[in-house]
Design a protein around this ligand. Structure first.
Ligand code: ZN
Length: 286
């Protein structure tokens, strides 16, 4: 299944993209795509409900805003430096254990929303990433069981303010958490439709120039390992988002570095997970 949400920010309605590409409003199912939905086997229940109700579901208006593909989760956990060439361009060593940081859940937004360059930011940067959505509560799980805890996948742009991240007193969370820094979607694709998450092309362009173009087979730590690893340190809840790191080609890595300015257009995609497009705007213009 392909889940999405549409409508005004923080008032989105649930929808599905059918195999014929048609997008239908499934508000009548009565649930948002949140922790309770995933925890109560919502994917199975929704598929069952659809068997009899699909014809009655209205189509999503073609001009509707598309929101984050799932509701705000309990946490967004990110993996840093998970592609060797990206570690090198960042001037950091290839990690021997996953580098882990959090991103504020209030950073979550839709895939076509403008990215707001924060107040006093000069180093707003991009990071195309494969995001994993957790399907059931996970604590101390083995790597061989890890996929049982995954609901699906989505495209994520892990926007990063490099000065806030690296020059403002340590810990990366400050550079990762501004509003609009986590566009997620347009769709969450259930894991049955993505048989191999370690063989997906992911790419990102700025103003039409391709800057990131890699494959998830280049990850240092794969999805199974990451899910199992994180569960040794925290309980992952249904609906939680894990962003698995970005490949080579971020603005920080250029000489001189390249950062976003108002008017720039960022486009990105991952095989089978759709594409995003964000125009950068200054905070003061809101
Ligand atoms: Zn990242």
């Amino acid at each position: 299944m392909k889940l999405l949400r549409f409508g005004e920010f923080e008032n989105e309605k649930p929808a599905l993209e059918l195999s014929n590409g048609k997008r239908i409003d499934v508000s009548a199912f009565g649930e948002d795509f949140n922790e309770v939905f995933f925890a109560s086997d919502g994917l199975t229940r929704l598929a069952k409900w659809l068997e009899t109700e699909v014809e009655a579901c209205p189509e999503v208006p073609s001009n509707a805003r598309i929101g984050s593909c799932i509701a705000r989760p309990s946490k967004i956990v990110c993996i840093g430096l998970n592609y060797a060439k990206h570690a090198a361009e960042s001037g950091m060593a290839v990690p021997t254990e996953p580098v882990v940081f959090f991103k504020s859940t209030t950073a979550l937004c839709g895939p076509y929303d403008a990215v707001v360059i924060p107040r006093n930011s000069e180093k707003t940067d991009w990071e195309v990433e494969l995001a994993v959505i957790i399907g059931k509560k996970a604590s101390y799980i083995n790597e061989e069981d890890a996929m049982d805890y995954v609901a699906g996948y989505a495209l994520h742009n892990d926007y990063s303010e490099r000065a806030f991240q690296l020059e403002r007193g340590g810990q990366w969370v400050k550079g990762k958490s501004n509003d609009t820094f986590a566009p997620l979607g347009p769709i969450m694709v259930t894991k049955d439709e993505i048989p191999d998450p370690q063989n997906l092309r992911l790419w990102l362009s700025v103003n039409g120039e391709m800057l990131q173009d890699s494959n998830t087979n280049d990850m240092i730590f794969n999805v199974k390992h990451i899910v199992s690893y994180l569960s040794q340190f925290m309980t992952l809840l249904p609906g939680d988002v894990i962003s698995t790191g970005t490949p080579f080609g971020v603005g920080l890595g250029f000489k001189p570095p390249r950062y976003l300015k108002a008017g720039d257009v960022v486009e990105l995609g991952i095989d089978n997970l759709g594409t995003q497009r964000q125009r950068a705007v200054n905070y003061s213009t809101l």
